[in-house]
Design a protein around this ligand. Sequence first.
Ligand code: AMP
Length: 268
Amino acid sequence: MRIIKKSKEINSLFNSFKKTGFVPTMGSLHKGHEYLIKKSVKENNVTFVSIFVNPKQFNNKMDLKKYPKNLKEDVKICRKCKVNYLFLPSFKEVYSWKVQSKKKTPKIKNIMEHKYRKGHFKGVIKVIEKLSNIIPASKMYLGEKDFQQIKVITDYFNINKVKTKIVKCKTVRDKNGLALSSRNKLLKKENLKKAVNIVNFIKKIKLKNIHSNLKINIIRNYLKKNDVKFDYVQNINLKQFNISKNRTINTRIFFAFYLGTVRLIDNL
Ligand code: AMP
């Protein structure tokens, strides 16, 4: 595995490969990231992983400051997974990169993360504009835990005719049901337990044969009763990507809640 810090250097590799996979991350890697990486290694000749904590997508300064870092372990994981190139750029390396043509910004529905994390997707689009241009891989691997992010990046690629194909990957969970997340490492023990209970409660309610509005109300009441602050609990139609009041199969319950100062998101 080669570690590269310069955008120019990694970009210049792109004449020589056929099938290339790219997994952009913010580091503090876990089995969820590993799943994406292994999938890319299996499906491509060459795999690129980037680790870059993008300050522009953090709407909360404390969240950025506290974001977990574990570079030594991350390098080991990438080596173990047979990554070919690990890109570790500085802020300057990413943001001084010149993208040739002017890019359009997709319209984002004002729901969920876009509504509650002001400026978050603007920051995501900025970094994806740079990274997808620095590493113009055949495929980019993204996790469904951040479902709305996949939607935004897909729309951005479509309207700008970016050739990279997006590969949606399932959410990897701990045995206890909790979606793996770098932010889980910040949870106090009692809050980790609480998070597990919340996810399993939502899973149970989701399976009930009742109207989706009722499910959402039951979940919101459970969170209120347990003094858990939340931004949203919503039933979303995955095709139209809007709030759905119907009991169709093509919907998922999306939620964002806080335990202490840690904010977790998931969809079931
Ligand atoms: P992050 O480092 O949190 O920015 O995540 C990098 C990529 O890994 C994103 O595409 C995430 O959606 C994905 N990811 C994060 N957690 C998981 C998980 N538990 N299962 C699958 N993919 C994940």
